[in-house]
Design a protein around this ligand. Sequence first.
Ligand code: 4F9
Length: 220
Amino acid sequence: MKFDVLTLFPEMFEAIKQSIIGKAIEKNIIDINLVNIRDFSKDKHNKVDDTPYGGGAGMVIRPDVVYDAYNSVKSEDAKVIYLSPQGKVLNQNKVKELSKEKHLILLCGHYEGIDQRVIDEIVDEEISIGDYVLTGGELPSMVLIDSISRYVEGVLNKESIIEESFSENLLEYPQYTRPEIFLEKKVPEVLLSGHHENIRKWRKERSLEITKLKRPDLLR
Ligand code: 4F9
């Protein structure tokens, strides 16, 4: 899976090159190519934005600069996603769907936004990660890369994937590790029993119970 990220702040993406995603990058299972929109500026001061037509506060990113950044990475089968509060709110079904793509181009806005003409020209899908406003699309892009990469073959170990499909649309059951007694609290007996079928049933029950209590909307 190839991700091209069009951003004014490529340094922010150091955060996603860690842990499981970092390993997947090393193994060449996923590729994250950071494209600095500023590299496509047309003037000697590297300016990428200008004041909004019609007036108002803030600056707007110029369409020509974004278009040239896009043209430097586009491919026949690329899907272009703009991270924006105006997009459809991301959920696990959308994540799974997007994980089947080969090439995603993620466009990150900043300031007051990006000139609408280039959005209309290049964007296939607008996605929000929730109903709140951020300072830019970089964190939402990283959320998208992280959640999608989990579904790419070879990124997670097999057990984690089976575990997930088993408990689909439910919250996770509680986990315990050593010590067996902590602040006078014992680990649930069934988990020490070695009885795999009973453990499986207990975990499913806890998942259902926790989902009913904390997120009944997930059960519908
Ligand atoms: C993008 C917020 C996606 C939520 C981008 C300011 C954003 C956002 N989901 N807020 N720029």
